[in-house]
Design a protein around this ligand. Structure first.
Ligand code: PNW
Length: 453
């Protein structure tokens, strides 16, 4: 693993609601995740992000740990409700100042801040006006993005609009497993479209500063049929539309997927598509971030709701529970590094105009081991790095790699049960303890630096 090119960026990633806590500090407004955590049964153990890793107060310590790790870049997200408590108008200076201090401290240690503007914490006030179902939320996002861009533009050069619009729209408004917990068809598909539109319009608005680069982060993985039967192959193709092509075709192909109307017939009337939207969404990007965790295995299955008019967006006649006989992580995700190579090659082959790629998330949860000896995580990361390297050898323009996650954190609907961190967090004392994987990654980074010096 000593053969990554010089200039390749090495980092770790987190997100605001998952680590910050301090939800009532410095004028922060309520987000859809604060509200969702109050719904009985929504989050395992009744956990919430109210305290999380208390990063809002302990960030200097966390930056010191990042410095010691030796990363070139740190991917985090900006909480919209800290910057605009009601999602519109009024700007909370103290919220922006928090991120300024963080960025300055990172830069002092030679770590590039790599912020994402939206990692799922929509101001609750906007949800009450329709949330991402509403086109107006896209306009509000453009305003928010420009506020942050103006405030941090002297410290940050790489600007990521959204983390995983699939999860915000389909898991949040279709499946209901994430905030705001809706189970809709048309609403979820409208949300997906409005997230893409918000991305395109915001990049168009922010562009112009010399040296600034813009991108979006997508969760990607191959959708593999469980058999070669025509039905399973068709099911995998529908799944690929839901998870990937409804986002990547407009972003990088200048088109809506050709099978969209057939798969969602009767679910949506497409009234959210306006003239000019495709051109806005297809704004040229400087990079795309890919989050990869595992391969999707898809079988044909009957629709749960036979009536398209009341069907949710995820009810597309598929079963994704038939997993192969391979090792699993604590999330029950199959460990399949080859799926990462396939993902990167597949994207490159489908979109000739694909911008340079960063792997903006890759990692795993495992039960805690005595002495923080997380050999399984080391194996996972090593094998996925090798798979990424293979894709580069095959011509993929991969520019960097970020481990998910720097710290154990609030794993959404799973609460604090699953631990993804290179650093263990004791939620009673807030003590941070680097795991074996932290020391391993530190050594990988040191070796890279030596070999490319
Ligand atoms: C990512 N789901 O994606 C997120 O970007 C992180 O915030 C998260 O902690 C990490 O993966 C590990 O789960 C997810 O469908 C993608 O439930 C999909 C889901 C959850 C998270």
């Amino acid at each position: 693993m000593t053969d990554f090119p010089s200039g390749f960026r090495w980092g770790v990633a987190t997100s605001s609601y998952q680590i910050e806590g301090g939800v009532a500090e410095d004028g922060r407004g309520r987000s859809i995740w604060d509200a969702f955590c109050e719904v009985p049964g929504a989050v395992a153990g009744g956990d919430t992000g109210a305290v999380a890793c208390d990063h809002y107060h302990r960030w200097p310590l966390d930056v010191a740990l990042l410095g010691d790790l030796g990363v070139d870049a740190y991917r985090f997200s900006v909480a919209w409700p800290r910057v605009q408590p009601t999602g519109a108008g009024l700007v909370e200076r103290r919220g922006l100042d928090f991120y300024r201090r963080l960025c300055e401290a990172l830069l002092e240690r030679g770590i590039e801040p790599f912020p994402t503007l939206y990692h799922w914490d929509l101001p609750q006030a906007l949800e009450e006006r329709g949330g991402w179902r509403s086109r107006d939320t896209a306009m509000r996002f453009v305003e928010y993005a420009t506020v942050v861009h103006d405030a941090l533009g002297d410290l940050v050069t790489k600007w990521t609009t959204f983390n995983e619009p699939y999860v915000s729209s389909i898991v949040g408004y279709g499946e209901g497993r994430h905030a705001p917990g809706a189970r809709e068809g048309h609403g979820a598909l409208a949300a997906a479209h409005h997230l893409l539109l918000a991305h395109g319009l915001a990049v168009r608005e922010m562009r112009g500063v010399e040296g600034h680069e813009f991108g979006i982060v997508l969760n990607q993985s191959p959708s593999v049929p469980v058999s070669a039967s025509e039905r399973d192959v068709a099911a995998a193709r529908r799944h690929d539309l839901l998870l990937r092509r409804q986002f990547t075709d407009p972003l990088f192909g200048g088109r809506y997927p050709e099978d969209y109307e057939e798969v969602f017939a009767g679910v949506t009337d497409l009234s959210f598509r306006h003239d000019g939207d495709l051109a806005a969404i297809g704004v040229p990007l400087d990079y795309v971030g890919i989050n990869y965790y595992y391969r999707q295995h898809v079988a044909d299955a009957p629709h749960r709701d036979p009536d398209p008019a009341t069907r949710t967006a995820i009810d597309i006649g598929i079963d994704t529970t038939r997993l192969p006989d391979v090792p699993r992580t604590a999330m029950n995700w199959p460990v399949e590094p080859a799926g990462l190579t396939e993902t990167l090659l597949g994207l490159r082959d489908r979109y000739p105009d694909l911008p340079p790629v960063y792997l903006t998330e890759n990692g795993c949860a495992y039960p805690d081991r005595p002495g923080f000896a997380d050999q399984e995580r080391i194996d996972y990361l090593r094998d996925h790095l090798a798979a990424a390297r293979e894709a580069m050898t095959a011509g993929v323009d991969l520019r960097g790699y970020f481990v998910w996650s720097f710290l154990d954190n609030f794993e959404w609907a799973h609460g604090y049960k699953h631990r993804f961190g290179l650093v263990h967090v004791d939620y009673e004392t807030q003590d941070r303890t680097p795991r074996a994987s932290y020391h391993w990654y530190r050594e990988v980074l040191a070796r890279q630096r030596r070999s490319t010096d």
